[in-house]
Design a protein around this ligand. Structure first.
Ligand SMILES: N[C@@H](CCC(=O)N[C@@H](CSS)C(=O)NCC(=O)O)C(=O)O
Ligand SMILES: [Fe+2]
Length: 281
């Protein structure tokens, strides 16, 4: 009751949803969802099995949208969600050739007729559109700038939205950590330079969204990581040694993911069943 006094609009919405005869149409619900003055529709989604973040970004004016690092297992969720939000997905951007999961861009291409996959040219992977350092991509009134950030893999790309002070760092920079450098032309010196020259040079208030998080975090800032990242605050020499000593086990799905992702997520039924078996172990 009190809630309804404080929020008359909430009462109206509850009433409309509650009475079947007066239910909001999909279109008017979407209009209400988007009528908050935000200039960007932004959702962060998670894949529990591989701790992967997928990001949905939409232009509230034109409804054009992009998805960053979709996972093949969650394509149904992502299509349903974008459709409910009335978004027209134009691009699926991969930050790199993933080693731990199969990208969803191949499956999304099958589901959405105008959808195009995007990856860096240097990655050597198959895609509809290749980007290089300095390129820009547009969806509606929104602009994405591409910054090459090699080191975790040779073809890693960080996607920056200057109008919203956000950057999507893939596995180059993780929250209080960074991507490993022991496969896929990984190189610790290059990763250190990429972070210091392409990410830490962004204004300090920029929010950084990583490709994974294994500790329960979701977002960080340039200011935070410049001071608190235990790896990237080391000298370059000490960082290289630290990465040499990491000794992580290889990702469980590496032998399935890398070949599939080099082909935009094309995966045989047999490999798909194999990956389910590995994840369920
Ligand atoms: N155990 C996971 C793989 C974990 C892993 O290696 N993560 C990568 C990012 S995915 S390529 C990484 O760079 N980690 C850095 C770190 O310090 O954790 C699995 O089997 O999939
Ligand atoms: Fe990775």
């Amino acid at each position: 009751m009190l809630k309804h006094k404080l929020f008359p609009q909430l009462k109206l919405l509850c009433n409309q949803i509650g009475r079947p005869t007066q239910r909001l149409s999909q279109k008017s619900l979407v209009r209400q969802v988007h009528s908050n003055g935000n200039k960007l529709i932004f959702r962060q989604m998670f894949h529990n099995e591989t701790y992967t973040f997928t990001y949905l970004l939409g232009c509230p004016v034109t409804k054009e949208a992009v998805i960053i690092d979709p996972v093949n297992d969650t394509v149904d969720r992502d299509v349903k969600y974008s459709t409910e939000m009335d978004l027209n997905l134009l691009y699926g951007l991969n930050t790199h050739v993933h080693a731990d999961h199969v990208t969803g861009t191949g499956k999304l291409k099958e589901r959405l007729p105008n959808f195009q996959s995007v990856i860096s040219k240097v990655s050597g992977a198959k895609a509809d559109k290749f980007v290089e350092h300095g390129d820009t991509l547009k969806f509606g009134k929104q602009v994405i700038e591409c910054r090459a950030t090699p080191g975790h893999t040779a073809g890693c790309m960080t996607y920056v939205l200057p109008d919203h002070a956000m950057a999507f760092t893939g596995d180059t920079l993780l929250i209080r950590a960074c991507g490993r450098t022991d496969f896929q032309q990984g190189n610790s010196e290059k990763l250190y330079d990429s972070v210091h020259n392409q990410i830490f040079t962004l204004p300090e208030h920029y929010q950084l969204y990583p490709g994974h998080d294994y500790m329960g975090f979701s977002v960080t800032t340039v200011a935070e990581e410049k001071i608190l990242n235990p790896r990237l605050t080391l000298s370059k020499e000490k960082f290289v040694q630290f990465m040499k000593d990491l000794n992580l086990a290889y990702p469980k799905l590496i032998d399935i993911s890398v070949p599939a992702n080099l082909k935009c997520g094309e995966i045989s039924r047999q490999a798909m069943l194999g990956s389910e078996e590995i994840l369920n172990k």
